[in-house]
Design a protein. Sequence first.
Length: 322
Amino acid sequence: MNGHCINIAISGISLKVSDELKLELRKTIPNEFGINWINIADPNIDLLLINENFFDTEGIQRILEQKQLPCLKISKGQGSCHIEEHNTLFLPFQHTDALKNWIHLRLLSYLSDQRMQQPKVELVSTHNAINQKFLTEMLNPENARLHLFDDHGTLAIIDTRSQIAWLEPTRTHTQTNHSFNYEFATTSDFTKVSRKVEYNLQDWLWNLFWHSVEFQRLAPSESEYYKLDFWPQPAQHNDRKTILQLSACFIQGAQLGQVATQLKLPIQTVQQFISACIVSSNGGIVSASESHYLQTETAEQTTEQHGFLNKFFGKIRRRFGL
């Protein structure tokens, strides 16, 4: 186990079943643990999921003898729901409580024993500060494919040339923190993500950092002006109204403090929105003369602006059923 991440290898199982198992395990394993989906050749396996037909092969038995790690066999045959008795999970999967009991009995107890046996060491972080330079370097098309991860494991593999992302299937709607980092993707990294669906890289990054509240400091101060290049695409219905309002303001070029005041939002919410835009390369800081939102603050124009915005948001609400 690396820090609070559990390293899980899946072998001999179809991609469809593998993705289903990943989702089920993410729901079953306590949220305090991240999950790394690794290749069976990785020496740091904490849990092995194996097609029961391959369980008795020499390679698998060698791995189990060397580490004595928990192993869950996956079977399509008829069987009991008492997973803990035979270390076998029968498909189609239906017994959530049985799997949860097995996880606590076999996996978590194994990890606890392993942790007690390891000498305590002081961890030294070599993580770069997440700033504009860090993000610009990450999205450089010359990088091609990168593995994105944090202290809870893999987030995605991204292709900076074709602008797509393949996500770790249990983290399609997720957030991250200041442990966010990247490295060049290896062949084994692709076992950690699902390639059934390709996500637009800019949209996915925007949603990831909109839900990651630790990155407000990426945004400029409330006295600065910012203009979007395109409208962000929220993946979830939560906060959709707020996102549409903020987008309508900043697509014109607007001062952060003015938008917060006019929409009656905390400045932190506005900065969080702009931070997500910065990460996803959507727009940039502009001068006051390039801003067309509330450019002249007369009482009459403010009233007209409010009227325009109310009509505009009314159309948006009707369109999206808000």
